[in-house]
Design a protein around this ligand. Structure first.
Ligand SMILES: Cc1cc2nc3c(=O)[nH]c(=O)nc-3n(C[C@H](O)[C@H](O)[C@H](O)COP(=O)(O)O)c2cc1C
Length: 304
């Protein structure tokens, strides 16, 4: 049986459903040689902002039971250095280059996206959800009006796939997803990290200089799966699922819950070739269950 693993997002097609999540795979080049690019659907870049950002002071990462807390604070090279130094490598690859954009104001998002609109990138993932920037995007991602307005502003500027990345740090993530859809998004991706904190009891100090950080890894997977299940029933646009994917079965769980594609984040830090084995496992599962396309996953889920 022929298996079609491609995924349509707006006017674009991802060659496979597996992607490397923003912030965990650099700009693709850092992992070169450690993965098979032909099995990867997309690299979602580290967040790019209009100007370079140093991010938060260290320590910025700490391990927690079944996860990590990070407060990187959107450290990145800025859009000009990204175009000059990082883009050439990415554009030579068979996978889609999805630029994750962060900003402190709607104007910054629009200017960054416009700077990249003719650069040959496949599409954009808009990070409305980073919990680590004090005056930044958390406000956008938690307010449906802001989300709809910003999505509509960005939609006017590009025909390329526009993916809005959602924060789980809200009362009802479905409402935010509906706002992104109303603003003209081609897809939503979820979940970003969950707001968390860790304190060293010996020193009575915060483990992160920023005090709070974003929780990711296996600990967040049930939150992500539930969010994908909820959102995929609230919007018609495709849902891209992530959070705690550490093996192929985790990715299949997201696809059964309603995702059309997945992203692997924290798992890359433990197993740099994880995207390959997740892809292989998805294909094996499709063969075993006689699924010919990614859309078939959703109908496999039993009611009880
Ligand atoms: C160190 C680190 C940096 C991250 N940076 C970004 C980022 O720049 N933009 C973004 O949208 N998400 C960022 N994320 C969130 C991930 O892309 C992903 O949504 C989250 O970690 C959940 O997936 P996971 O459990 O597989 O890691 C970052 C996560 C980690 C661990």
């Amino acid at each position: 049986m022929d298996i079609d693993v491609t995924v349509k997002i707006g006017k674009g097609v991802l060659p496979t459903p597996t992607g490397a999540a923003s912030g965990t795979f650099g700009y693709g080049d850092e992992f070169a040689g450690l993965y098979d690019p032909s099995k990867l659907g997309a690299v979602y870049t580290k967040a790019i902002s209009l100007f370079p950002r140093e991010g938060n002071p260290p320590p910025r990462l700490t391990e927690t039971p079944s996860g990590i807390l990070n407060a990187i604070g959107l450290a990145n090279v800025g859009v000009e250095a990204f175009i000059e130094k990082k883009l050439e490598f990415l554009l030579k690859q068979s996978f889609a280059t999805v630029v994750n954009i962060a900003g402190s104001s709607p104007d910054e998002y629009v200017r960054t996206l416009c700077r990249l609109s003719d650069s040959g990138v496949w599409g954009f993932e808009i990070n409305l959800s980073c919990p680590n920037v004090k005056h930044g995007c958390l406000a956008f991602g938690t307010d449906p009006h802001h989300v709809e307005n910003l999505t509509a502003l960005l939609r006017k500027e590009t025909d390329k796939p526009l993916i809005i990345k959602l924060t789980p740090n809200v009362t009802d993530i479905g409402t935010i997803a509906e706002a992104a859809e109303a603003g003209g998004a081609d897809a939503v991706s979820l979940i970003n990290t969950l707001l968390g904190m860790a304190i060293d009891v010996k020193t009575a100090r915060f483990k992160l200089a920023n005090r709070t950080g974003g929780l990711s890894g296996p600990a967040v997977k049930p939150v992500g799966v539930a969010a994908v299940y909820n959102v995929s029933r609230r919007v018609k646009i495709p849902v891209i699922g992530m959070g705690g994917i550490m093996c192929a079965d985790d990715a299949v769980e997201y696809l059964l819950a309603g995702a059309k594609a997945v992203q692997i984040g924290t798992g890359n830090f433990i197993t740099p070739g994880l995207c390959d084995s997740v892809y292989d496992g998805i294909v094996d599962y499709m063969k075993e269950k006689n699924l010919s396309k990614i859309d078939d996953f959703a109908s496999l889920l039993q009611d009880a």
